[in-house]
Design a protein around this ligand. Sequence first.
Ligand SMILES: [Zn+2]
Length: 177
Amino acid sequence: MNIWARWRRIWLRMRGPRWRYVVWHTAAHGNAQTGEVYDTTAEQIRAWHRARGWRDIGYHFVVRLTGQIEEGRPLNERGAHVEGLNRVAIGICFSGHGDLAPLTEAQERAGVNLTVALCKAYNIPYWRVIGHREVNELIAQRLLAPRYQVFKTCPGRLVDMRAIRIKVKEVLDALQE
Ligand SMILES: [Zn+2]
């Protein structure tokens, strides 16, 4: 690494994260046989991620099935949830399993409101609210290197990110008026 690349890294680390995306995830925690999904806690996910050798939970927030929001990694730190975008993406994980059951109504409402608050706070446009799997669309648009391709359905087949973006946009628009 040359000296400029090194200084740039140091500078980026000192400056801290600049949030440009909000990325939705699923805990993918359920029983595929019975279709049951679990109300995963931030504490459980923190334990899973620490077991992988990470120093903390990878997400910034966890939204429980009840709509309760739990804090994960603090927002002044980059997360570990979306390769290639961690420096610029806030990570929200939804308890349950998005391939087995859709988000609960309370969960979706809480998730949309949290996302809107983050969009407002960091000036993030609604189209930069994406599901983890949509990283592949950023690659298709040449906004991200192909090596970051995602091979999962996260936040789940039953989570329609286009519909979520429309809801986020509606609430944001209503706040502008
Ligand atoms: Zn994910």
